[in-house]
Design a protein around this ligand. Sequence first.
Ligand SMILES: Nc1ncnc2c1ncn2[C@@H]1O[C@H](COP(=O)(O)OP(=O)(O)OP(=O)(O)O)[C@@H](O)[C@H]1O
Length: 222
Amino acid sequence: MPVLDVSDIAYSVADRALLSGAGLSLPSGSSASVMGPSGSGKSTLLMCLLGLIRPMAGTITIAGTDITGLSAKALTAHRRKHMGMVFQFGELLPELTPVENVMLAALLSGEAADAARDRAESLLAELNVSTSAATGALSGGERQRVAVARALVNEPTVLLADEPTGSLDSEQREAVANLLFAMPRSHGCALVVVTHDAGVAARADVQLRLVDGRLIRVEGLR
Ligand SMILES: Nc1ncnc2c1ncn2[C@@H]1O[C@H](COP(=O)(O)OP(=O)(O)OP(=O)(O)O)[C@@H](O)[C@H]1O
């Protein structure tokens, strides 16, 4: 049973079709990578999966619900419950500690403060981030590990990452990529990673390329 099922989605800007008949299906515990030229629509695809933009055609079923038909309010609730997102630069709030950055996502989902703090601390320990450092003093790799913890704190069904290693040096890139691709199995989610890095993309169970608005499979399931 796929937990993420994207079927035949279309999205255009101006007169240009960025997505046209794109599809993807992932069971829990598995990962997909999406490569493609700059400007081909990879971030647009992730925005559709997050429900931040609505495709003009097709369906996006996440945890059994087609999100393309949801109201804005239902979409927000579904996103908080089922989706986690990691951005290229971590996008953490520097005024908050790493623990607070992670627990904020749980608090926004209605978790009680004590439980949110416990979960944030245990995730950061699991991902090997020192909780004593100030967020502003973290290295790029540590920042991305905090961002992964934040994305996981609500136990999402689907984890998305847009260029998660794009701002890292090669050593940190390896460490963050290894950690990220271990998450589907250890946390029981599906993972979609957009990347320009072929070495990162090769870690995915399913490797895809966005070509002319469609997702083309370039490697089979390992
Ligand atoms: N709301 C919008 N209005 C106008 N143009 C847009 C809009 N959203 C995206 N685009 C254009 O659509 C194209 C695809 O953008 P997108 O960010 O999805 O590509 P990408 O494959 O993620 O690129 P990159 O690899 O450089 O991040 C770009 O040319 C972008 O300028």
